[in-house]
Ligand binder design. Sequence first.
Ligand SMILES: [Zn+2]
Ligand SMILES: [Zn+2]
Length: 54
Amino acid sequence: MCYIIITLTSYRCNHRPENGRHQVDCNSRDCSLSQYHKEDEHDCISSCRQRQVI
Ligand SMILES: [Zn+2]
Ligand SMILES: [Zn+2]
């Protein structure tokens, strides 16, 4: 399962701009978000993982 690391900078005024997003690829063929996700026709919704965990 891929996930995204978001780096936040916290200020005292609670203003928290998102200053970095780094995607970590799980390199899995049955993960719809992976760069290695299978390209052949398949039932992606039911056979692959769709969600991204943050
Ligand atoms: Zn993944
Ligand atoms: Zn798929």
